[in-house]
Design a protein around this ligand. Sequence first.
Ligand code: ZN
Length: 351
Amino acid sequence: MNQVYLFSSFASIKRKNDCPVCDNQTGALVGQINYIGLEKYNMVQCATCGLVNCDPLPTGEVTQKGCDLLYRMQQNTNTHQKIVKGFKRSYRRGGYFARNHLANIFDKNTPLKILEVGAGDGYFSQGIANYYKKSHITYMDIVEDLLTYYKEHFTCKTISSDLKNVLSSGKYDLIIARDLVEHLINPLDFFKMASEVLDKDGLIFFITPNGREDFWHCNQRFIKRNEALLLHLNHFNYYLPETLDLLLSKTGFAKEKAFKFGLKRYRQGCGHQAMNDFYEQVMPDTVQGFLNTKPIHECFKHDFKQIVSSLLHGNTWVAKIYSTLADREREVVDYFAPMGHEFFVIARKIK
Ligand SMILES: [Zn+2]
């Protein structure tokens, strides 16, 4: 394996939990996070696989609370108009993904069995189903309230994030995990599960932030100010290309298509320029208050048919051109390049 990129660190420490990818018991202390007041963690980098993750691993209880809180903070500050706009974008992107990344793999008439994990508004899979009309969609999530929302709005199955439930739910052709693997407690367990529930030659598709950019701020704040980063987004894992490769090969996957995209955020420094100015971190005083806000299934309440009929979609040439311009992955760079905002990976089950 390539030598992985190592973040700055003052100390090597004995870990409370071993590296979830390669079981190393020590690692470099590269940062600290304060998970919106719920918990504090050391951020430790494994020198073997390059993974930066929380030590100790967050518990299921904290994660569930944090996810629910995060959703509510996002959705309750959004207008309904903005929320609906997001639905339409996800739907179009699902359609774009089907036409550009799946169409040469699965025939249009395939009754695709799709499992989308951490599906958010759920519209990405619905967009795929607009191309693969015979597909079956199952949503899996840790937030029960989201499962209620899916059941109320779509023709689908739902599974709570329980390993037993998913293993007994049947086999799938495609697993979708967009912006999910950075949130997991144990990424190796997730990929093992994915491999187990995929049919022979099944595919997993995921996008996840480039750890080198995503963790940069936390590391700089720790090294230069000895401060924990106030974590609003619950990113518990930060991946390098080599970390993802090891995860995939350990769980029986081979990459079909893999690149990074998006230079928007750190066009100049690729996210790796020394930071000297740090904004003051303020704990949102609304954190506690948000627990009393509207649940997600109410924020997301809408009429599916109305959304879909008001949208440029399907396979008309106007829709295809528009979607190609709006939904393509922008500023694509090599998978191993240090820059790029997110990884895009489609991997095939080979074992
Ligand atoms: Zn490791």
